[in-house]
Design a protein around this ligand. Structure first.
Ligand code: HEC
Length: 148
């Protein structure tokens, strides 16, 4: 009986330790949307972008680009190596998203929102310099607009 309860306690301690490590290693909870963040256009070539109704053909092209360039790190609904991107166009300005895809490393050095994001995701590799061409960044943005 006594031996049994020692084994049982040891078992629970091991579980607790593993759960603790799990929390330490897992990336943070998704950043909460901040309405003021929508005003931030980021740093890069896209200064102003007026969006109209979703262009499904462009979104389909963006979806292919997303699968090859982004999906290794991003899922839409779940956290992967990077944050889930569902609804991201509601939290970030379209100019910001395009600039981040075209001018990643400068924004990582200078943009306060991105720096906070990196701080939160320090357990995973940082988003590499994507250096997307403008038309590709625009297509990926269109795809993200369809993923609300
Ligand atoms: C090597 C992994 C990796 C790749 C590839 C990658 N990302 Fe990221 N992405 C991240 C990580 C990690 C973060 C959070 C930290 C940061 O910004 O560096 C992030 C952040 C973002 C954000 C900001 C999300 C938020 O919650 O504010 C967007 C938008 C984004 N990525 C879009 C993309 C798109 C679109 C692509 C493909 C063109 C892409 N990423 C490719 C890892 C990646």
């Amino acid at each position: 009986m006594k031996v049994n309860s020692i084994i049982l306690s040891a078992f629970f301690i091991v579980i607790l330790i593993f759960c603790g490590f799990e929390t330490m290693n897992s990336p943070i909870i998704q950043q909460k949307p901040d309405p003021n963040q929508l005003k931030d256009k980021g740093i890069g070539p896209i200064k102003a972008l007026k969006l109209t109704a979703v262009d499904q053909k462009l979104a389909d092209k963006g979806s292919d680009l997303f699968d090859s360039k982004c999906a290794p790190c991003h899922h839409i609904k779940d956290v992967n190596l990077g944050p889930a991107l569902k609804g991201v166009t509601k939290n970030l300005a379209p100019e910001f998203i395009m600039n981040y895809l075209m001018n990643t490393s400068e924004m990582q050095k200078k943009n306060p929102y991105v720096q906070k994001l990196i701080g939160n995701w320090k357990t995973v590799p940082m988003m590499k310099d994507q250096k997307l061409k403008e038309k590709d960044a625009r297509a990926v943005l269109e795809f993200l607009r369809t993923q609300q």
